[in-house]
Design a protein around this ligand. Structure first.
Ligand SMILES: [Zn+2]
Length: 536
């Protein structure tokens, strides 16, 4: 009997021990393990073969042949594993409320987007950021506060200097924007009303953001004939404002100015050599995109639409505006030919999207001369304007700027409604185009450097210290992609085409894209800038 009991106990002990082993094996060590990929850390280093383990929203281990199981395991053999891409210049508030998953960005491997560029942001920022948080989006979201929006709120769209009282009010709005979570001040000195801002006023406002740990990023006053002075001005803001400053979407517009990136990059290098913290961002296309009002001279754009239309109906002013548009078509954004100006979207006649100025001028019954094309532009502005795509950038300048070590990648895109209008393809293709066309096909930059320009560099630049690098302790924003296949499909003719070659995208530890599809997860977080964080 005793013997039997003893044997029975032995069995029980053995069974319990076995069960413990089974449980230990079944309980995953990690939430997610990405196995055997070519891991780029984002800092510019060559890839290493390694596994990447994630628990909750953070990377917890990286190394070859990691022991332990993931609740989910992804086989990344033959694929690149990199930090998710960080886009510091987007207009994503156009579309994010319709498409909170921001498919066009996520499908490129983008995991963080920044809004509020070109001097334009919602004011105040906090309620807007609360709306984004409540919406629930797939990528992370950060913001700049816009100098143009601030000036418009205080002075309107008037072409005049600010009074000392107005400057004090504007400084307070910069301070409020920084406290609400901005990463810095953006300027759009090309646009109304930024264009009416003297440099010393820009510096005074930017310095407020700088004093609170923020940076200045500028769509410069002029990207064509005035490019060198504009670069000098952007550098002066950093130098005299004692803060980081950035030339956004750097490009050289207009055939007569092509080649000047040699000089702009030299100005940047010289400034950095004397200690000015100046950097650049860029999108990889030879066309820009903005409102067709950009073809008009700034003085014609002061005030509201009614003021602009009134000038166009005054014959003397109309003649001056027309000549300025002709000059712009010849030497600036028009690139010397009306067919270089293509309509991206048009509220009052959506059928114009995708058509160019030559076609629209013909359709109105006129030969597409520069004069007639200028008439078409004025007619379109009178009807309410439109957004345009302008083919006037040289590939050699693009590649020279891309090669500069202080250039990062940023799209200047938006969140398109799939199939609607004819937006610039940069919204769908910026990051994957760099990796496909400019790394794989044209060898303009190395893969490791391109990844750096999309990850650790923008993260470091805006002061995001827990993203942009794959390292234990960092947030798990990860892109898994095929370096041999990654490419942009969106074209100027057929923009609504998603990127190819991206395998899986992870935001804050959650998979947002896999098997060619967006998942229902919306783990994107609102990211707050330095002054907000310091106050917590
Ligand atoms: Zn811009």
């Amino acid at each position: 009997m005793r013997k039997h009991i003893g044997r029975g106990l032995t069995w029980v002990v053995a069974a319990v021990a076995l069960a413990a082993v089974v449980v230990a094996q079944a309980r995953p060590t990690y939430d997610l393990v990405i196995r055997g990929g070519r891991v780029f850390d984002g800092a510019g280093n060559p890839w290493v073969l390694a596994d990447v383990a994630v628990r909750q929203d953070a990377i917890v281990a990286i190394g070859p042949g990691l022991a332990g199981k993931g609740q989910r395991e992804i086989d990344a053999r033959g694929l690149v594993v990199s930090p998710g891409f960080i886009d510091t210049h987007t207009h994503a508030r156009r579309g994010i409320f319709q498409v909170p998953t921001a498919d066009n960005y996520v499908r490129q491997g983008v995991t963080t987007i920044f809004e509020g560029p070109d001097g334009s942001s919602p004011l105040p920022l906090r309620p807007f950021l609360e709306k984004i948080a409540a919406l629930g989006i797939s990528p992370n979201w950060g913001m700049f506060v816009g100098q143009g929006s601030i000036r418009e709120a205080v002075i309107g769209r008037a072409d005049r200097k600010a009074t000392p009282d107005e400057i004090a009010t504007m400084k307070e709005l910069v301070r409020a924007g920084m406290r609400d979570g901005a990463f810095g001040l953006s300027t759009g000195l090309f646009y109304v009303p930024g264009i009416f801002t003297p440099t010393d006023e820009v510096i005074a406002l930017a310095a407020v953001a700088g004093g609170m740990g923020g940076m200045h990023v500028s769509h410069m006053r002029n990207e064509a004939a005035g490019i060198l002075d504009s670069v000098r001005e952007t550098i002066a803001v950093g130098e005299q404002g004692h803060m980081p400053t950035q030339i956004t979407h750097h490009k050289i517009i207009g055939t007569k100015n092509w080649g000047r990136s040699v000089e702009t990059l030299r100005l940047v290098a010289e400034a950095r050599a004397r200690g000015v913290d100046v950097t650049i961002d860029q999108y990889p296309y030879t066309a820009s995109s903005t409102g067709i009002n950009a073809l008009l001279p700034p003085w014609a754009l002061e005030g509201q639409q009614a003021d602009v239309v009134a000038r166009l109906r005054d014959s003397a002013q109309r003649a001056k505006i027309k000549q300025a548009i002709i000059d712009s078509l010849m030497y600036d954004r028009g690139g010397g030919d009306p067919k270089n100006v293509q309509i991206a979207s048009c509220g009052w006649d959506p059928s114009l999207a995708g058509k160019n100025l030559t076609e629209i001028t013909r359709a109105r019954g006129a030969e597409p001369t520069m004069e007639h094309a200028a008439e078409t532009v004025m007619w379109m502005v009178e009807q309410g304007g439109a957004s345009g795509i302008f083919h006037a950038i040289d590939e050699a300048d693009l590649e020279r700027i891309l090669q500069d070590p202080v250039t990062m990648i940023a799209s200047d895109g938006e969140v398109p409604i799939f199939g609607r209008a004819s937006p610039h393809p940069r919204s769908y293709g910026t990051f994957v185009r760099v990796l496909g066309r400019y790394v794989r096909e044209r060898h303009v930059v190395t893969l490791a450097d391109a990844v750096r320009k999309m990850t650790s560099f923008p993260a470091r630049r805006v002061g995001l210290l827990d993203r942009g690098v794959l390292r234990p302790g960092m947030k798990a924003d990860v892109a898994i992609w095929d370096a041999d296949a990654i490419a942009d499909k969106a074209t100027y003719e057929q923009p609504h085409q998603y990127a190819v070659g991206v395998h899986t995208v992870i935001v804050n530890g959650q998979i947002v894209f896999e098997n060619g599809k967006m998942t229902p997860a919306r783990p994107g977080k609102v990211l707050y800038g330095p002054a907000y964080r310091a106050a917590q």
